[in-house]
Design a protein around this ligand. Structure first.
Ligand code: DON
Length: 585
């Protein structure tokens, strides 16, 4: 990262006083440039900014900062509130990746809180009697769930990086779980599409059918058991979730539904502290997700390939063609080489090298599509987005870029009885049957085969990009499409777009298999579609929208902060807090 550390750290008490004076601005607001905007880049931001997929999470995170917390404390708040108000997307029963930049030391840290495979989950469990992958095992219920990682990440964030007690940062989530929040359209729609699976389980019925019928827009969803689970986490830290009462209930519920978890493997869960991927694209230093994510490697590969051309000079058809050819090659490598680095040796240095990209670039015909081997695989249009991303920057220049998930809509559908915790269905992200596409149409082989204690490959790509004059933080949900959403966001910032324009950018995607360019309605004009078809591409130009990108950016020359929230999600919010005292005469 190219963010200069603040010259001297400010004591916490002084910060608390300063932050008491922070003024909230509206969503997508931009702080006013300081009077004499220096030509010299500012050493720290003029306030704080948060973008997340739910206004309650953004607002609670800003409150944590007002109370004297830093970006890492705010991340605990935002993450835990999202777990409560977006049970469709992420939660204590899932996992996530947290990319952190510590302004004082200049150090970047990547917390890998991905779920781990339980020991009993061998590949045979997921096959039907004919030897085919059985989605009812890989996507629903007890066998689809990996051992959760998110609670351990919250504990680590607070204890190693934050300055407020875990109990303070979790307090808003506990309150909202107990008092409830208004059901919004995505929750109602998601429930309707998953109700058959969800209503199999007594723990799930107790949450979602508490008033006798499914959640409806405008009703209040209360989760008292989840509030209690969060309180145990707040009071006892790691042991409050992974040992004792909560752990016993999680294991009992999974096993009662026919799965097999043990208390010992839950208690052995560990967050992994990994070295982020770093590379340069034009003026930008990009810091992003290493394996167990495939995102950073794929991003580096794609941007290294296209750095051989000036994309800004190209017409839309050629720009799209070259991006797609780079995507195709990166997703092919994802399929073959990527997996949990604790179990498989991932050739990260080679895949992200300039030489490797140059070789791939040489194989790209600037006017003709390279057909991917025609294998089976169907496009996986996403009408709703599960998984969630949030971006935070504080007035010291600390940064959090975090993506968390329970995988598909409402994860496994299984709420462990008495905990309020919706378990993930992340096991579907393993290559459970080699060469068979998963719910996102991506497949894998040995590198991503399930093994006891192994983490399943992810596409989540929390990213920070820094040029000498600007810092931007971004990420998104969307399964295998996450990587290309982030890619287009990076290119948007490089094109000079605002944070809000970046969040709203129309999306295109290619993932090697199926050999199709997916494009949101209106993302490619008819002429461009025709030109791409003439080059040999298959274009699916009318797909529904996907993604939910949340981003914040700091312009170090104008001394401004801004946030962008994806307009596809009406309940998201980006907000900036200006440190009023700084602009006072
Ligand atoms: O980790 C992954 O790549 C997936 N489990 C993320 C799932 C996701 O983004 C679902 N949203 N559409």
């Amino acid at each position: 990262m190219n963010v200069r550390p603040r010259p001297a750290a400010m004591p916490a008490t002084m910060l608390a006083v300063l932050f008491a004076l922070l003024l909230p601005l509206g969503a997508h607001a931009q702080a006013k440039p300081a009077e004499a905007a220096a030509a010299k880049p500012a050493s720290h931001p003029p306030g704080a900014a948060i973008a997340s997929a739910h206004a309650l999470a953004t607002d609670a995170g800003l409150d944590t900062i007002r109370a004297g917390g830093n970006a890492f404390d705010a991340a605990v708040t935002v993450s835990s509130v999202l777990s409560v108000v977006e049970p469709i997307s992420s939660g204590l029963g899932g996992g996530g990746f947290f990319l952190l930049h510590d302004a004082k030391s200049g150090k970047d840290t990547f917390l890998d809180a991905r779920e781990m495979s339980p020991e009993a989950a061998t590949p045979e469990v997921y096959l039907d009697k004919d030897g085919n992958l059985d989605p009812d095992k890989s996507e629903n219920g007890p066998w689809s769930a990996g051992l959760p990682g998110l609670p351990a990440a919250l504990v680590e964030l607070a204890s190693k990086h934050g300055r407020l007690p875990l109990s303070r940062s979790l307090a808003p989530a506990i309150r909202i779980a107990r008092e409830g929040f208004p059901v919004y359209a995505r929750l109602e729609r998601g429930y309707a599409s998953r109700s058959k699976v969800m209503e199999r389980y007594p723990g799930t019925r107790a949450v979602y059918l508490a008033d006798g019928d499914p959640p409806k827009v405008g009703e209040t969803l209360r989760q008292p058991d989840l509030a209690h689970t969060l309180e145990l986490l707040a009071a006892k830290g790691f042991d409050g979730f992974y040992r004792g009462e909560t752990a016993a209930k999680l294991v009992a519920s999974v096993n009662a539904e026919g799965g097999k978890w043990t208390a010992a493997e839950l208690a052995a869960y560990q967050v992994r502290d990994r070295t982020p991927i770093r590379f340069k694209y034009r003026d930008w230093d990009i810091t992003t997700a290493p394996p167990t994510s495939s995102g950073g490697v794929a991003l580096a590969e794609i941007l290294n390939i296209v750095s051989g051309w000036d994309l800004q000079e190209l017409d839309a058809a050629h720009r799209t063609h070259l991006l797609v050819e780079a995507m195709r090659r990166a997703y092919r490598d994802r399929t073959i080489y990527l997996g949990d680095p604790d179990f498989t040796s991932v050739p990260v240095a080679r895949l992200t090298s300039a030489d490797y990209a140059a070789g791939l670039r040489a194989g790209i015909n600037p006017d003709k599509a390279t057909p991917s081997d025609l294998l089976s695989g169907k496009p996986a249009p996403l009408e709703d987005d599960e998984t969630t991303h949030f971006s935070i920057i504080d007035a010291e220049g600390n940064i959090v870029s975090a993506t968390q998930t329970i995988n598909l809509l409402y994860g496994s559908g299984l709420v462990a009885e008495g905990t309020g915790v919706m378990l993930n269905d992340e096991m579907d992200d393993f290559a459970l049957k080699p060469g068979t596409p998963n719910a996102f149409g991506v497949m894998g082989f040995e590198a991503n085969a399930p093994k006891p204690g192994k983490r399943m490959l992810s596409s989540m790509t929390p990213t920070i990009m820094a040029s000498p004059t600007k810092v931007a933080v971004l990420g998104a949900p969307g399964g295998s499409r996450i990587i290309t959403e982030v890619l287009l966001g990076i290119l948007g910032y490089d094109d000079g777009l605002s944070a809000q324009q970046v969040a709203a950018l129309p999306r295109i995607h290619h993932q090697w298999m199926p050999d199709v360019i997916s494009a949101e309605k209106g993302a490619l004009d008819p002429e461009t579609v025709k030109a791409l078809q003439a080059m040999g591409h298959t274009v699916n130009a009318g797909e529904g929208s996907w993604g939910n990108l949340q981003t914040v950016a700091w312009d170090r020359i104008a001394d401004t902060l801004e946030g962008g929230t994806d307009p596809r999600n009406p309940v998201g919010k980006a907000a900036v807090l200006e440190r009023a005292i700084q602009s006072a005469p």
